[in-house]
Design a protein around this ligand. Structure first.
Ligand code: GLY
Ligand code: MN
Ligand code: MN
Length: 454
């Protein structure tokens, strides 16, 4: 099991103790999750907060951090002989605990007797089973701790150099997945045949998917997990897929490319708009910039581009303010990335992506912006603008007369079979600006066609 140094985990816990006053802190690891019966489980995925503070990628563990003492503990079990017969010998928990700076381990059954149920801090549970464990087994009746949530968010939002290196590794594996897909696509193939190449690539790097593969000629469906379509010349295909390393740091990349290998001129026009949204958004990143403003500026570039194509008209400021961009990009420009692909979404976007006093909009597009607040050095985020032609949405807005004075609905009819374009990269905020993580992945029309057109 790959781990950071003992010091890394010890310092992370020390820093957390300084931020959270009084009361024990409980960090729950995940258990195996049955798929259709107890012994047939989904892939085990450790809880990201547990990985961050205790590192050990094994089911059935709970970490206890005591702000008033120096005796952090892990509760869990050593493997029994029966476990070893079925699952094989693994490094003893005591040895792994030692490697993350924990001297004391104790059976899980003893946890209840170690805690003071009315004074503990814990994070919002996202699995029902954990909630039952907290409430019934441990008898904790108090709600999760917002003080702990805020402290963890502040800490995990700023990535260290060793985390950035691990993320670059995830993104470089992700890059291989994208190159494999670009090289594989041919008219007449089914989408799942290309998905198979993506899966082969991620597995060949001893990595896993950081989220289910989104790969479709119907790129206008934002998270399209259906892979059964026949791919035809003249179509675009959208590939949003990413790897997670064995230390569970994630990559999250999107590329859109032509099935036939060459973009049509109509596709180029839309693609260039999205590329401009992406590159100009990235170029504007630096500490202190509010990501909400970057999102709004990307919308402005989108609307100016669509205006030049005669699809929309009107004063750009008004168009942005009215939320016209939401019709073409009904999602946010990006989100935090780290141990989770939507980093720390279990802790609540109101803490991860927004700050106090920052209202979340109800406008289509802006309401799905997961990261709005001012950026700081060490943040890692995605920049993922898109332009989509969603027939159901366009028809609904047209029938309701929405944006009637801004949208050329008659011309928009010519785009109903277009699909969608999204381009996504992963960026770290540095003291002076930004760094796109990982080796470059083709994204200009020329560079993409060099791969797809072979
Ligand atoms: N891959 C999911 C997303 O981009 O948010
Ligand atoms: Mn993505
Ligand atoms: Mn993303």
């Amino acid at each position: 099991m790959r781990l950071f140094s003992k010091e890394t985990y010890r310092l992370r816990r020390e820093q957390l103790k300084k931020q959270v006053k009084g009361g024990q802190i409980l960090i729950f690891g995940n258990n195996e999750a049955p798929m259709n019966y107890k012994a047939n489980t989904y892939r085990f995925r450790q809880d990201s907060n547990f990985l961050y503070y205790f590192g050990i990628n094994m089911p059935g563990l709970v970490g206890l951090i005591d702000p008033n003492g120096d005796n952090d503990m892990i509760f869990g079990h050593e493997l029994t002989l029966d476990d070893i017969i079925w699952e094989g010998p693994v490094e003893p928990l005591s040895s792994l605990a030692e490697k993350v700076g924990i001297q004391t381990i104790s059976p899980l059954e003893k946890l209840a007797s170690f805690i003071h149920p009315s004074e503990v801090h814990y994070l919002p549970p996202y699995r029902g089973e954990r909630e039952i464990f907290i409430k019934e087994t441990l008898g904790i009746k108090i709600p999760y701790s917002t003080a702990l949530v805020k402290a963890v968010v502040a800490q995990r939002s700023v990535k260290s150099a060793e985390e950035l290196a691990e993320m670059a590794l995830a993104i470089n594996i992700t890059r291989e997945m994208h190159l494999a897909a670009m090289k594989a696509v041919r008219p007449g193939m089914r989408e799942y045949e290309v998905v198979a190449e993506i899966l082969k690539t991620v597995k060949s790097h001893n990595a896993e998917l950081s989220y289910p593969v989104i790969f479709s000629v119907n790129g206008q469906t934002l998270h399209n997990h259906y892979h059964g379509n026949l791919m035809q010349a003249g179509q675009l295909v959208l590939n949003d897929s990413g790897a997670e390393t064995d230390m569970a740091y994630a990559g999250d990349i999107t590329r859109t490319f032509p099935v036939s290998g060459r973009f049509t001129s109509k596709q180029k026009e839309i693609y260039e708009i999205v590329l401009k949204m992406e590159t100009e958004s990235i170029a504007s990143l630096r500490p202190g910039v509010a990501y909400r403003d970057v999102h709004l500026n990307a919308n402005r570039i989108l609307l100016e581009g669509l205006s030049a194509l005669g699809l929309v008209s009107g004063d750009p400021d008004t168009l942005v303010q009215e939320g016209v961009g939401g019709l073409f990009m009904p999602h946010g420009l990006g989100h935090s990335l780290g141990l989770d692909v939507h980093d720390m979404e279990d802790l609540g976007e109101e803490y991860v992506g927004y700050r106090e006093g920052m209202e979340r909009s109800t406008q289509l597009g802006l309401k799905s912006l997961r990261l709005a607040k001012e950026l700081e050095t060490g943040n890692v985020l995605t920049v993922e603008p898109g332009c989509y032609f969603i027939p159901e949405l366009i028809h609904k807005y047209r029938s309701e007369g929405r944006f009637a004075s801004y949208i050329n609905y008659a011309r928009l009819e010519e785009y109903l079979d277009f699909g969608g374009v999204r381009i996504e990269d992963n960026v770290a905020i540095t003291a002076n600006g930004f760094e796109i993580l990982g080796e470059p992945i083709p994204k200009t029309i020329e560079d993409v066609e060099k791969i797809t057109g072979q």
